[in-house]
Design a protein around this ligand. Sequence first.
Ligand SMILES: NC(=O)c1ccc[n+]([C@@H]2O[C@H](COP(=O)([O-])OP(=O)(O)OC[C@H]3O[C@@H](n4cnc5c(N)ncnc54)[C@H](O)[C@@H]3O)[C@@H](O)[C@H]2O)c1
Length: 335
Amino acid sequence: MEQGMEKCRVLVTGGLGSIGHILCARLIREGYEVVIVDDLSVGRKEFLENLPGVKLYECDVADNRGLEKVFGESDVGAVVHLAAKHYIPYCEEHPKETVRVNVVGTLNVLEAMRQHAVPRLVFASTSSVYKPGERPYQEDDSLEPVNVYGATKLVCEEAVKRFSPQYGVAYTILRFMNVYGPDDLVHHVIPEMVKQARSSDVIKVGNTESKRDFIKSEDIADAIVRCLENDVARNNVYNVGTGKALSVKEVFDALCKAANRKLVLEVDETRKRKVDPPVLHADISKIMRELGWQPGKEFSLEDSQKQDFGLHENLICRIRHGSSRRHSAVQQEIS
Ligand SMILES: NC(=O)c1ccc[n+]([C@@H]2O[C@H](COP(=O)([O-])OP(=O)(O)OC[C@H]3O[C@@H](n4cnc5c(N)ncnc54)[C@H](O)[C@@H]3O)[C@@H](O)[C@H]2O)c1
């Protein structure tokens, strides 16, 4: 455990997002006080119901005055900076907004940490900073993003590395692979397939052969907590994934099995991304060796029935029952 880190107040930007709410719940269980900054552009306020004692500041990280107020009032000992635009098609279409939130937002967070002498930062980066290649990425591999999102995260990484030492901030950069979990808010491939399965037997996707490294949000939360609590993570960079790549087709097969339905996978040309690296997966030996972290069980949507995947029972029910009356009722209940 890092000196002075025990039970400190942690500010989580993007704390009401897909990863954020899982992380905040974990931090609370570990005895940390939690403050969230979220503009609710994607995040859900109802997650607060399961986050006792958490204070929410509804604030845009690109608004430095708003952040100044938050830091002025909060007396935090560490920041986990998750807030970002990251859905790749959105970022490609809105490069200026992506730069504003990701780059300006991160610079603002760093500046506020300097002003308020906050000593510790964990920054959420991505596999998208790497130059696409076939073998698992290692942390010191070439960084050459092929999309706007990856480019903004690389700029942020550089800013974090350069400014943190000058500002008295110890940083950890975590490069997450493809994250999945309960209540995914962004239409990545798994939540998108699940969403389609609720109302149809035909699942439309872009590329079926692209392979990705799918890691659970609980495992991401565990990696973040380990970073906060281990000196070795200071001023360091780690991949967070499973080390294994699964194709979209394999994920689809797992979904059919989990839902016990015969679904049809259909390629929809309009969903194909212009640039889609064939394989993205991580070499995770560094984080396993240095932080004792390891990913949870194998990827399996079937486990969802045992509440392992995090597709809640009612969601599985919706998938199973397709367009039945029961499905409609459940859907109404949820929407
Ligand atoms: N989900 C993945 O597969 C994945 C993979 C690699 C890296 N990451 C990174 O992890 C982080 C969290 O991802 P996530 O999946 O939880 O995303 P998410 O979109 O579900 O959550 C992001 C949260 O940030 C908030 N937010 C967005 N713009 C904001 C702004 N300007 N000011 C304040 N809050 C703002 C949103 O409302 C949302 O609650 C991001 O930095 C993302 O780039 C995610």
